[in-house]
Design a protein around this ligand. Structure first.
Ligand code: MN
Length: 308
């Protein structure tokens, strides 16, 4: 097992929350099509005078060429996007936003949220599908349970549970909760690589230890993953066949080369500065958003390289 340790990254503006990012890393871009793993909390979210102070405050910002999967353990997040979706993201419910050719969205923890705890995950779209229309899907998996464990399979299938959510490449995404002393054998597709993000507790994978906040990577070629919890454990299991394409990932964009990503940035900046989208524009803005759109940072001075 390859251990990917998180680095702390501030998210959003002045009162930004800090997230633990385990993907991408210098040595690893993907687990299947999963290309971004941000993990946060549990964080107390103080609320003063009804204004969110801390918590998640991410004003409208763009995405291209990817899907975002929001998965919460505690708290609620309000989502608005330029494709007209307005939703509340709740624990145990998958909210899958397809950016496709271009979308913008905002995310704010709700005023009732006192503790925020969850993960934001990105999926790269294959080249053949990355210009698809923006979309937003909501799915609540029925938990499956056994002796000392409970699983919510939000994408793909494992432990006899199948998610009906359509994906653009074969994928696995599931939340696993194991009580202390529980061992569980997960039958998996040998063509898949896997990542186990341990939120909390203590986990052994085969005979190797995984610590809380680490992402353990397992290469393809195994038909089962055996996990044992020494303490109560909360785990996200991610998987998919190796993505097999190279991408350029910068800020909130995924493209295939430097020039394409630079053009996305320029188009977003035009919208931020003018405040109105032209007909046929790649990006629009969420309606009635309480905050102004986020300008993109400056492009790196060197050309961005493909990775993966
Ligand atoms: Mn986003």
């Amino acid at each position: 097992m390859e251990i990917l340790s998180p680095r702390e990254v501030p998210l959003g503006g002045l009162r930004a929350m800090t997230v633990r990012r385990t993907l991408p890393q210098r040595q690893r871009t993907f687990v299947g099509a999963w290309c971004f793993v941000d993990h946060y909390g549990p964080d107390a979210v103080p609320v003063l005078g009804g204004d969110p102070q801390g918590g998640m405050v991410v004003p409208p910002h763009p995405h291209t060429g990817l899907q975002t999967a929001s998965w919460l353990f505690t708290g609620e997040v309000e989502h608005r996007d330029s494709a007209g979706h307005h939703a509340v993201v709740r624990p145990g419910e998958l909210n899958l936003m397809t950016a496709g050719r271009g979308i913008s969205h905002s995310e704010y923890s709700t005023p009732d949220t006192t503790v925020l705890h969850g993960a934001q995950l990105w999926l790269a779209l294959p080249d053949a599908d990355r210009q698809t229309a923006p979309a937003f899907e909501h799915f609540v998996p029925e938990p499956v349970t056994g002796d000392g464990w409970e699983a919510r399979v939000f994408l793909g299938s494992v432990l006899g549970s199948i998610s009906p959510v359509r994906t653009y490449s074969p994928l696995l995404g599931a939340e696993l909760r194991l009580r202390a002393g529980t061992s569980l054998r997960l039958d998996v597709d040998p063509s898949y690589e896997h990542g186990l993000l341990l939120d909390s507790g203590s986990l052994t994978v085969g005979d190797e230890a995984l610590k809380a906040t680490e992402l353990g990577y397992l290469e393809p070629g195994r038909d089962a993953i055996e996990v044992t919890a020494a303490e109560d454990a909360l785990v996200l299991l991610l998987g998919g066949p190796p993505f097999g394409e190279q991408i350029v990932m910068w800020w909130n964009f995924i493209g295939r080369d430097h020039d394409e990503v630079a053009a996305y940035r320029e188009e977003w900046q035009r919208l931020v500065e003018s405040g109105t989208a032209d007909d046929g524009a790649r990006f629009g803005l969420p309606q009635d958003d309480p905050m102004a759109a986020l300008p993109a940072p400056a492009l790196p001075t060197a050309r961005m390289l493909k990775r993966g």
